[in-house]
Design a binder for this molecule. Structure first.
Ligand SMILES: [Zn+2]
Length: 77
């Protein structure tokens, strides 16, 4: 990682719970109307997002546990 800046926003991977700077994570947004999870490439989509790191195991788990995240999205503030 490059020099840490105090201003870099840090997010937690919902699978492994490790912290990463935002651009080292993928952001997924839950769409209520379609009940689908969308990859937020811009990291700026409205709505509740969940972050997952680029670790392949995390991504697999994340995508395999949609129902669980569905619940989590509802509960997250
Ligand atoms: Zn992870």
């Amino acid at each position: 990682m490059s020099k840490a800046s105090k201003d870099v926003p840090v997010r937690t991977c919902v699978v492994c719970r490790k912290q990463f700077v935002k651009n080292e994570l993928q952001r997924f947004v839950w769409e209520y109307e379609t009940e689908k999870m969308t990859l937020d490439k811009t990291q700026a989509m409205p709505g509740r997002g969940a972050y997952c790191c680029f670790n392949e195991a995390c991504r697999q788990r994340f995508l395999n546990q949609k129902q669980r995240w569905k619940r989590a999205f509802r509960l997250l503030k």
